[in-house]
Write a protein that binds this ligand. Structure first.
Ligand code: NA7
Length: 557
């Protein structure tokens, strides 16, 4: 691998060892690690700044639903010691400041090209390298192509009839403007009631003259109980960061949900109520840690779901509205939301819940939202309609592997990967937190770090063995996909229409995309593959060596 000059103005640049697409948390750390390896790397980012999803999702009330002291990098102790989180759940501006701090602290910006969207990536078999085209018509090549494009980055805008005729402002929560948006005195419509809506609705309701919430499916949400972080707590966390991190990595979701290792079905009604109540009071997604069988046993799950429904009826004064806000499906099936004052917002006189489950939105008119004969007049429309999750950002790029096969074609029936890291037929092409890895079911930061470190070690291994090409075998991939599907079938999360199964995007194949076997088991599998000499991968040298499968034992490099 070479050390050639930085990107120049030529239309084709061939000097990179690796190209990374995306400068969110995955792209930033990947760049950091590959630079440490001495590789010449370029990152391409469509936004004007770092942060990925936290750069784009600037809607009012946007926050992480993982606690700030856990939703942060752990690769640098100096970084985790010096950074001060201010609240239990960090706001989007604070997380973005953190991403910028990381970029500056590790001097990452000089290798990131902003405002540059990659439109295609093609594998050139004769040269064994990837050729990437930017939206400005420039071409860069590198032997390795690493997608750090994010799981929730390609927005989903339903094709509402007449949307383009609407005369007011239209905002998508996932592409919020960088200028502040003031809804004071405005009639606002929000379509969607997922996490983004649930976070933004209470804030918008405080500003708007009137807010109409168009709900197709109610989502379960639990209170965040957000609070400023106590200085002594922060000191304690910093003192014990190493232990906290390694403990979290032993947990199923790579995060400590304070799991009560007892089955809900085996607890008495009184015990269950006490446990749910205490978690409701504590706040956050650890509600799902109340019992160990909530996502495996429907009867258990029903007890937790009933508890949340009873809370909704307690909080929302109008019983009909409370009922409309009450989900009836498996709790945790769609990702559990975390809110601040969501249900209470529906007690406000300036908020109207519009049920569009049975009678869908017919059209957007120049002045409002039409449902049947009823038209809701609004000045601004907020689309909180989510993302084409996990595959959308990849499909937005015309990716072509061996023999010109497109990734779209290959994944027509659903994503097919080996470990969520690579896909057969696309040599030297990596997907950080790709489909088939635990990704969105875990705390994203440790999952990103684990993938980045795996890829870094892999490239190091290739270099030290003079190998320039790696690709999973179809057999290993098929086995992995079968395993991912089999495990998904044992978990209640695959039982409803969610973005995990692509149900929110018309025409998307219904496949449970993330790996639900748990973070520790997944990490073990990844490590075992390496220890067995990259079992399931073909490693080869293209030009001056005959193709060979590198046998066990493990890498000693
Ligand atoms: P989500 O969770 O996918 O929510 C999108 C919402 O938009 C959801 O309520 C959808 O209803 C609704 N939606 C989508 N299309 C339509 C149409 N055509 N008509 C009415 N309503 C519609 O996206 P978020 O951005 O809130 O959150 C995504 C993740 O980001 C979240 O899980 C966290 O991990 C962070 P549906 O439920 O499909 O009936």
């Amino acid at each position: 691998m070479s050390n050639r000059p930085a990107l120049n103005n030529a239309r084709t640049h061939t000097g990179y060892d690796a190209v990374i697409v995306g400068a969110g948390f995955a792209g930033l750390y990947m760049l950091y690690r590959l630079r440490q390896l001495g590789l010449h790397v370029r990152v391409f980012e469509s936004g004007s700044g770092v942060g990925g999803t936290w750069y784009w999702n600037r809607y009012p009330g946007a926050r992480c639903d993982v606690e700030s002291v856990q939703y942060s990098y752990q690769f640098s102790d100096a970084l985790q010691q010096e950074w001060e989180w201010t609240e239990r759940y960090a706001t989007q501006p604070e997380i973005l400041r953190y991403a910028n701090h990381v970029a500056d602290r590790f001097d990452l910006r000089r290798d990131i090209q902003f405002d540059t969207r990659i439109t295609s990536a093609t594998f050139d078999e004769s040269r064994a390298h990837w050729s990437l085209q930017t939206q400005h018509g420039k071409c860069v090549t590198a032997p390795f192509c690493i997608m750090a494009t994010g799981c929730l980055s390609s927005t989903n805008t339903p094709s509402f009839r007449g949307l383009d005729t609407f005369r007011g402002e239209v905002y998508h929560t996932g592409r919020w403007p960088h200028e502040s948006v003031d809804f004071t005195g405005k009639r606002v419509g929000v379509i969607g009631t997922g996490s983004s809506a649930i976070q933004s609705i209470p804030v918008i309701a405080e500003q708007a003259q009137h807010l109409y919430v168009f709900q197709r499916t109610p989502h379960y949400t639990v209170p965040a109980r957000n609070t400023p972080l106590d200085p002594e707590y922060k000191r304690e966390v910093k003192r014990s960061y190493a232990a906290l991190r390694s403990h979290a990595k032993q947990m199923f979701a790579g995060i400590d949900l304070r799991l009560n290792d007892q089955a809900a079905v085996q607890a008495s009604e009184e015990e269950r109520q006490r446990e749910y109540e205490s978690r409701w009071t504590y706040g956050g997604v650890s509600f799902m840690g109340a019992f160990n069988d909530l996502l495996f046993n429907e009867a258990s799950n029903a007890t937790a779901a009933a508890f949340v429904r009873s809370k909704i009826h307690e909080i929302v004064r109008d019983p009909a509205i409370a009922e409309a806000l009450s989900p009836s499906y498996v709790i945790g099936c769609k990702r559990l939301c975390v809110d601040t004052g969501y249900y209470d917002t529906f007690n406000r006189a300036n908020v109207t819940l519009v049920d569009v489950s049975k009678a869908p939105i017919d059209a957007i008119t120049p002045v409002g939202v039409k449902q049947g004969t009823r038209e809701y007049t609004i000045d601004c429309l907020v689309l909180a309609t989510g993302f084409d999750a996990m595959t959308g950002a990849l499909f937005n790029i015309d990716i072509r592997g061996k023999g010109g096969q497109t990734l779209r074609e290959k994944w027509l029936g659903g994503p097919r990967t080996y470990l969520g890291l690579m896909t057969a037929g696309f040599p030297n092409f990596f997907t950080i937190t790709g489909p088939g890895s635990p990704s969105v079911l875990t705390n994203m930061l440790p999952s990103i770090e684990q993938h980045v470190e795996w890829i870094t070690d892999c490239l190091k291994h290739l270099r030290s063995h003079c190998i320039d090409r790696i690709e999973p075998t179809l057999e290993a991939e098929n086995e992995w996909v079968a395993h991912v599907n089999e495990v998904a079938g044992t978990n209640l999360r695959s039982s409803c229409s969610s973005w995990y199964v692509g149900a929110n995007v018309p025409g998307k194949p219904r496949v449970f995309m993330p790996y639900i076997g748990g973070f520790p088991a997944y990490v073990q599998k990844c490590n075992a593959v390496v220890a067995a000499g990259y079992r399931g991968f073909v490693l080869s040298a293209t030009s001056h060596r005959a193709a060979q499968v590198i046998p066990a034992p493990a890498d000693s490099a």
